[in-house]
Design a protein. Structure first.
Length: 140
């Protein structure tokens, strides 16, 4: 159908001629009420946004000298976050002369991760950052 015919039909029905697929040969057009279409699209977008699950990244900080009871408390926190479906960023912070013992810090962080009983996967491996090491884990 020619463009002028399509425009004429759309005007006679008091609707709009909307180009759906401009790349196709020949281009595909549709006769519809464009204002109504935009309204329905925005309504659908709002619905999809409301149904969307927001995943937060929760943070846990430990140190090399953190005691076993405190590590147990932090482990329980991490498990609670994982149960809720959040990601957990665990950091081990090194201060002063502790920075000379990077191997000990890495070992402490990996030992802490082994104590977590809830199944998880590492989104990001243990990585060095200026103040120590960090790792991001997500629930399976």
């Amino acid at each position: 159908m020619s463009v002028t015919e399509a425009i004429q039909i759309a005007r006679s029905r008091e609707l709009d001629l909307v180009e759906i697929a401009p790349i196709a040969k020949p281009p595909v057009c549709k006769i519809m009420d464009y204002g109504k279409y935009q309204y329905q699209q925005s309504k659908q977008d709002r619905l999809n946004k409301a149904k969307q699950k927001k995943v937060e990244v929760k943070g846990i900080r430990i140190g090399i000298r953190t005691d076993t009871h405190d590590l147990d408390f932090k482990k329980n926190q991490a498990e609670k976050f994982l149960k809720k479906g959040d990601k957990v960023k665990t950091e081990i912070v090194l201060r002063g002369r502790e920075k000379a013992h990077q191997d000990l810090a890495r070992k402490t962080l990996s030992d802490f991760l082994r104590t977590i009983t809830i199944p998880y996967k590492m989104e990001q491996e243990i990585k060095r950052f200026p103040a120590g090491f960090n790792v991001i884990i997500t629930p399976e």
